[in-house]
Design a binder for this molecule. Structure first.
Ligand code: ADP
Ligand code: MG
Ligand code: ZN
Length: 626
């Protein structure tokens, strides 16, 4: 698609003002220099001039404010007969000249010419306006509009052209969303068909999903497939400093769009303007503005009925639960399309798309990469392939190899490798036992994943070491046992520290956080507690796409709240005991692997599998059901 800024006369006006100003400047300089034509006349000191007058050599003098030009009677051959000097304050001069019979005259006082007057009136205001405009432009966030037009919508317009347009072929792994959006493409292509039968074409479609799953890409693809113009603007761009500017922008945007119909308006991050009005009490400032903008949006969406050419509003958000209910009413965003993270086969298709863009070695197994990237969104996968290509290029390889991809996965998973960060030897030892603790417990726990790698090379900002667990199969459901296993695995690190060193460090903070989250969800969301029963104590919605954790709780009695807390605590405690039992039972192996990893920093593959194969599940770690 060709990208094009909105038609932009203010920008041109700005250029013309600039030109005029530069012209004025040049003239001003010239007018300063022009009157000084007399500069070729040789200058002499004033005293010499007086001497010459006294000696009667001066014939005539012409006196101006900053120069006295005079002619001498007896100039030598070749020497100039006209000289100049700078006047000093000398009241006796006229008298003296008169005495010596010098013919003299004075220039009339200098009157500012019309031109300089004009300049002195015009230039300062102009400079003022320009400065204002400069700041207005900056404040608009670098947009191309000037101060005089800050209500213009800042939408960018894409007009699909043949070579660069995005189509559904560029988006993979979101088949359901594609099917739904295909219908929209049809509305845009042949609105007559729907009008003929009296069907109302939907006005708004809300794309809902976590960041990086391809919402923006999908809406571009809709425009590309339908071959219609595409206005794109982010919700946050509506909300500006001036109250009322957002609403004016919405109006402008829809006006522009109606002129170009059929077309698509895409509002990214709709939640920036569409936050629930009742739920936004605690937010400081900016509410009035957002509310006005939202109201204008609703008005506009209600407005364009009866148009034979459709304007369809697509919007994207990753927090649908925060949206104002008014937005979701029929006639507005009445369709919601879920764009979720891709599953195994989806990831494979997305990887295929991006693998075509780089040179891959023939030996590479895309399936394996897809398996190892569970939970990655489309954008992560695109990033992953690019990261691998960068690694290959840095090593002067001609093709991307499996090792590059593996390294890239780790980078994306655990942040960039920070080789420069050096652990103290005693810290390193703690990290080694901690990670091996995770690995041994993780290996023995159910849950459909296997421990693939242990590393004590620091990565990213937070992780000092890590244990990589890869799922052996794609799973959508976790049993209670799986989750208990996950909690035990998370506590394995700290348990190893307790057993070996008899004390604990701060290194387990993140593990504890995640373990507690899982336990809370088991009780509050999944109804997995026998004492509390299959009730969902957490309200649905909380932050479904952002990893959960802070769901608001239903109103429960104090006794129930206490029971929930007790149950969560019991789950974590039991998992902790389990991890301790496993590690006590495999103490020899723990020492063994920790010693190895302190040497090599990384253990993976067959070596790790063989080592872990000798671990045993002690009977006291097989817990009876609660
Ligand atoms: P979102 O708008 O959902 O946050 P984007 O559409 O901006 O995500 O995705 C960012 C980039 O990630 C896209 O430009 C594309 O390169 C890649 N991407 C994301 N999802 C997909 C997908 N499903 N198929 C192909 N590429 C994808
Ligand atoms: Mg986006
Ligand atoms: Zn840990």
């Amino acid at each position: 698609m060709a990208i094009r800024q909105d038609d932009n006369p203010p920008n041109r006006r700005f250029g013309i003002i600039n030109l005029v100003l530069i012209g004025f400047g040049v003239l001003l300089l010239l007018s300063n220099f022009l009157p000084n034509q007399g500069s070729q006349v040789p200058r002499v000191p004033y005293s010499l001039f007086i001497d010459q007058v006294n000696d009667g050599h001066v014939k005539r003098a012409y006196i101006t404010q900053d120069q006295i030009r005079y002619e001498i009677t007896d100039a030598e051959e070749g020497a100039p007969s006209v000289l100049a000097t700078t006047p000093i304050f000398d009241m006796d001069l006229p008298q003296r000249l008169e005495q010596k019979g010098v013919e003299f005259a004075a220039a009339p006082p200098k009157r500012p010419n019309f031109f300089t007057t004009l300049l002195s009136w015009v230039v300062p205001p102009l400079i003022f306006i320009l400065v204002l405009q400069f700041f207005a432009r900056r404040q608009m966030g670098g947009g191309a509009q000037g101060a005089l037009s800050f209500t213009k919508s800042k939408a960018k317009v894409y007009v699909p052209d043949e070579e660069s347009r995005v189509t559904f072929a560029d988006v993979a792994g979101v088949d359901e969303a594609k099917t739904e959006l295909n219908e929209i493409v049809d509305f845009l292509k042949t609105p007559e068909r729907y009008a003929a039968i009296g069907a109302r074409i939907p006005k708004g479609v809300l794309l809902v999903g976590p960041p990086g799953t391809g919402k923006t890409l999908l809406s571009k693809a809709v425009a590309g497939e339908a071959g219609v113009p595409f206005f794109i603007i982010s919700g946050s761009e509506f909300v500006e400093l001036f109250v009322g500017a957002g609403a004016a922008r919405v109006r402008d945007l829809f006006e522009e769009a109606k002129k170009k119909a059929p077309c698509i308006i895409f509002i990214d991050e709709l939640d920036a303007i569409g936050k629930s009005r009742s739920g936004s009490m605690g937010v400081v400032g900016g509410n009035d503005e957002r509310e006005q903008t939202l109201n204008q949006l609703l008005t506009e969406m209600d407005g364009f009925t009866g148009q034979d050419k459709p304007v369809i509003v697509l919007a994207a958000t990753n927090q649908p639960e925060t949206l104002d209910a008014a937005l979701l009413r029929p006639g507005r965003f009445d369709r919601q399309v879920l764009v979720d993270r891709p599953d195994l086969s989806g990831r494979k298709k997305i990887l295929d798309i991006y693998a075509k863009k780089v040179k891959l070695a023939a030996s590479i197994d895309i399936d394996k990469i897809a398996q190892a990237t569970s939970g990655f969104a489309g954008a992560d996968l695109a990033n992953l392939v690019n990261e691998a290509a960068l690694l290959a290029a840095r090593a002067y390889r001609k093709e991307v190899e499996q090792s590059d991809l593996n390294e890239a996965i780790e980078r994306v998973v655990a942040g960039l490798e920070k080789k420069s960060r050096v652990l103290q030897p005693d810290e390193k030892k703690v990290v080694a036992y901690h990670e091996v603790g995770h690995a041994i417990v993780g290996h023995l726990m159910p849950g459909g994943s296997k421990v693939a790698k242990i590393s004590i090379v620091p990565r990213g900002m937070a992780a000092l070491g890590y244990t990589l667990q890869l799922p052996t199969e794609e799973r959508f459901l976790n049993s209670k046992e799986d989750l208990e296993g996950q909690i035990a695995t998370l506590l394995g690190g700290r348990s190893a520290e307790e057993i070996v060193f008899g004390e604990v460090t701060t290194g387990a903070a993140n593990d504890l956080q995640r373990a507690t989250d899982i336990a809370e969800q088991m009780v509050g969301t999944y109804g997995m507690s026998d004492t509390l029963g299959p009730l969902a104590y957490d309200k649905q919605g909380g932050s479904r796409f952002l990893g959960g954790g802070n769901n608001p709780r239903r109103s429960v009695s104090d006794a129930t709240a206490q029971a929930i807390d007790k149950e969560v605590r019991a789950l974590v405690d039991r998992a902790h005991e389990r991890a301790l039992a496993i590690l006590h039972g495999n103490r020899g192996l723990l020492e063994d692997i920790a010693g190895k990893i302190l040497d090599k920093e990384v253990i993976e593959g067959d070596e790790l599998r063989d080592l872990l194969a000798s671990s045993t599940l002690p009977s006291e770690a097989v817990l009876a059901p609660v």
